[in-house]
Each structure stands twice: as C-alpha cells, then as structure tokens.
Design a protein around this ligand. Structure first.
Ligand code: SIN
Length: 478
C-alpha cells in the first residue's frame, strides 16, 4: 500500500529533517515518520493559498464542481486504501473506516453540486430610484484544524465546501492521523485542484506555531476547527482578537440518550450501542450518558449489558472486530480514571469496568449502573467505550438532566409516542436531536451544536454558507 508521508505545500511534496512518528494505536508500532513543520512553512502555505485564491474563485461554480466530482470519484475508487489508512493510524474497525471513507467522500459530491446553488437575492426596494441585490462570494483563504477521531471525514467536511465556494485552504491534520490527510491531498491533486488551493502542513504540536499563524495571519480570512471546547475557545478568541476572522467551531459534546418507558427496548438497545460504541466511544456525538426511566431501568440495563458484553474487541484490521483501541495513552488513562472514580462512588459495572487484554490501549466495553449526576461520567465527555446509566422518574426530570450541561451538540431519545417525540425534541437544547435512531450523520444535514459545543454548521446547505460572504449591492440613480 502506498503511504504518502511528506507534507504538501503549494502543489509540492515537502520533506523536512525534523520528523515525528505516526503510531498504530492497536500495536504502538511506527507506521511512518512525517515532517514536523513550523511557522515558516505555514506562512508559505498561507501565502500560496492567497496567491491561488483569485484564479480559483474566478472559475465558475460548475468548473469547481467538476474538480470536486473528480475528487469524489477518486476517493471512492481508492476507498479500500483510505479505509486501511484510517484503521492503521486511527484504530477504528475496518468496516467502520470504510463507512467513514464513503461518508468523507460524500462531502465532495454534495458541496460540488451545492456550490451551483450559491444564490444571492433581489430585495424589493424601499426607494423607487434604487435596486437592491445580494451576491455570494468566497471568503478567501481558510485555515483548518481537524481531529484524529475522523481522519478523513472531518477534513472533507471543511475542505469540500471551502473549495466549492471558491475559497482556498491550508489544513493542519492531527499529529496522530496525518497519513489519511496526505492521501486525500494526493487525490485532490490528481482531481485537478491547482497548486496552492489546498495545502497540508503536518506538525507534531497541537496548537503551537502552526496554529498561531492560522489565528494571526492577516491573509487568513476564516478559521475552522473541530476539537475540544477548551482549545476551540482559545483559538476562536485569538482569531477574533487578531484580525476578526470568520470562525467555525465544532467542539465537545455530552450527549444524553433518553430511554422513555414507552420505547421499543430492543430498538433502544441497538441505538444505544450504535451511538455509544461507534469508534470505541470516541466521537463528539457519541451518547455520553444514558438516561433510563425507572419503570424499565432493570429490563433495559440487563438487555444493554448482555449485548455490550458480546462486542468483539481487537485490532481494527482483524475480521469482525467491533471495538478498536483508544487513540493513545492519555485517552486510556482518562477512561480508567473516570470509571475508577465512578465505581469508588457507588456505580456498579454490569459488564466491563477494566482495561482489555487485547493490548495497552484497549478498554473493555462497559455498562455502569447506579450512576449519579455528580459523577464525572455524567458531567464530562468520556470519549471511551463506557455507557453510564442514570435513572429518572418523569419526562420533565429526563429533560432537566439532559439539558444540565454546558454542551449542546447531539441528543437522542427513544419513545413510541409521537406527541411525546415532538415535545421532547423541542425541549432538548441540542443542535442535533435523533429520535429512535443512534446514528444520523451524513452530508446533507446541518451538523453542529448549541451552547459551548460550537459555532456554525457543517454539511447541508448551511455548510456552504460558512465559506461565503454575503455582499449587499445598492444600484442607485434609476
Ligand atoms: C465528530 O465526532 O465530531 C463527528 C461525528 C460525525 O460526523 O458523525
């Protein structure tokens, strides 16, 4: 399998003496060594993006759409290699990685088409001698910082709308998973993306020199970030404080999954597993805590624990594996600490509750009963394969527990009562609410959160708007 391991700036592959290791989280083996670049190379990439912008923006939406379509076709033709890369550096099971690769590619298809519909408006005039119109124009150079939990899809969810709108982009992929990013830019080059339009700057540091250039450069007009709320707040503030950049932030979550007594319990178990254990619990929209109505608590928890105890744990490259490793040492330590604290405070492990024998970074899929609201597994994002169960007695109490968090990304609930479904969905303070289903992500929906889960939306028609300026024009003197 070809693995690209150099950075890509202004249409050229860039090596460097200083390099860092990319590890397979299942085995801790070194897969590749990638350039550890800094401020100088980032400034070069930003300058190249600035030079490339006018010609790229001047292409018609249809011309850009053709390039994006070619990129989509190349990604789909190379889906097996992309999926293997995602699994090797990110750890998720191969079947899930293949799903991510198709999901990732779909953004190029969707936004290429959508850019042809970047309509402005004519506004009825207030004065007979004037005419009012609005025009949609690309923002300009965009800088992106993406996370390791979706090494492909979180890149295309930003790069595809940016390029479709006529912007250019410099990307910093995470140090844990830069190889998928480099494979994507290789395919983008083959699809006809011109030099400078899409560069990838690799670096070991999370928010160091590269991030500083992104936030402070006057040439960068838009910054887009997916990652933790803590870092997103700092980077967002720096972007606004420096040159008042447009900012999109897709940040942390603490998703509740509510099982009401009238739910179809088998469906709820299936949905809870799909949501909680996707990527071993390492997604921002994973159900973080499961709220269960008193009347069905015992039955539901038994069914869930039985199903979770059967999940197959191992190296994501092996056949049939459903739960891969956690991304690194810090991740496994955090999960161990959170579960340890919960058990010490009275929670009970119905299954799991400890590390898994498959290797240093594997955690046994866990269901915790008797969880209380003060425990960290309820108040903080776990980012691991641990399902804490919290008991509630009424719909109002469930909504109150669900909304009692600074986060507002995704929320889920299960009920067979259609009136209740509307009522609960309207009351949940979340940017995305999924009813009777544990997974909902795709390219046509607006993905994003309320409260401290972020700013802006990715995907859908809203995702293109994030890369467009609305210019108002007054035609006077009629
Ligand atoms: C995320 O974890 O931020 C992305 C999850 C998704 O797109 O479904």
């Amino acid at each position: 399998m070809t693995i690209r391991s150099d950075a890509y700036i202004d249409g050229k592959w860039r090596s460097a003496a200083a390099r860092f290791d990319v590890l397979n989280p299942a085995t801790q083996e070194v897969i590749a060594r990638v350039p550890d670049l800094g401020a100088g190379e980032t400034e070069e990439a930003v300058a190249a993006a600035h030079r490339a912008w006018p010609a790229w923006a001047a292409k018609t939406a249809k011309e850009r759409a053709q390039v994006l379509r070619a990129w989509y076709d190349l990604m789909m033709a190379d889906i097996d290699r992309l999926a293997r890369l995602i699994t090797m550096e990110g750890g998720k099971p191969l079947a899930e990685a293949k799903g991510e690769a198709a999901y990732g590619a779909s953004f190029a298809e969707w936004f290429g088409e959508e850019a042809k519909r970047a309509y402005g408006r004519t506004i009825p005039t207030t004065t007979a001698s004037r005419r009012y119109v609005t025009l949609k124009q690309p923002i300009g150079v965009c800088a992106a910082v993406t996370p390791w939990n979706f090494p492909m899809a979180m890149i295309t969810r930003k790069a595809a709308p940016a390029l479709a709108a006529g912007c250019t982009m410099v990307l910093k992929p995470p140090s844990q998973t830069p190889l998928t990013a480099l494979a994507l830019v290789e395919l983008a080059e083959r699809a006809g993306v011109p030099a400078g339009v899409f560069s990838v700057v690799t670096t070991k540091s999370h928010t160091g020199a590269v991030g500083k250039v992104f936030c402070e450069s006057p040439l960068v007009r838009k910054f887009t970030f997916t990652g933790s709320t803590e870092i997103g707040k700092k980077l967002g503030a720096a972007c606004v404080g420096s040159t008042v950049k447009r900012v999109s932030l897709e940040l942390g979550g603490n998703a509740p999954l509510i099982v009401l007594a009238d739910a179809d319990l088998d469906k709820a178990v299936k949905g809870a597993i799909a949501s909680k254990f996707r990527n071993a619990g390492q997604t921002c929209v994973c159900a973080n805590r499961i709220l269960v109505e008193d009347a069905i608590y015992d039955e539901f928890s038994k069914k869930l624990a039985d199903a979770v105890s059967k999940l197959k744990v191992g190296d994501g490259q092996a056949e049939g594996v459903e739960i891969g490793p956690l991304i690194d040492k810090h991740a496994i330590e955090k999960v161990e600490a959170m579960v340890g604290e919960a058990l010490a405070s009275g929670a009970v492990a119905l299954t799991g509750g400890k590390k898994h024998a498959a290797g240093a970074q594997f955690y046994t899929p866990t269901v915790l009963a008797n969880v209380t609201r003060d425990m960290r597994v309820n108040t903080e994002e776990i980012f691991g394969p641990v399902a804490p169960l919290i008991r509630f007695k009424s719909e109002d109490e469930a909504i109150a527990i669900a909304n009692d968090t600074e986060y507002g990304l995704a929320g889920y609930f299960f009920s067979r009562d259609v009136n209740r479904c509307w009522r609960v969905a309207e009351k949940l303070e979340y940017g995305m609410v999924s009813i009777n289903e544990g997974v909902f992500s795709n390219e046509v929906i607006p993905f994003g959160g309320m409260k401290e889960s972020g700013l802006g939306r990715e995907g859908g028609v809203e995702g293109l708007e994030e890369y467009l300026e609305t210019k108002f024009m007054n035609f006077g003197g009629f």
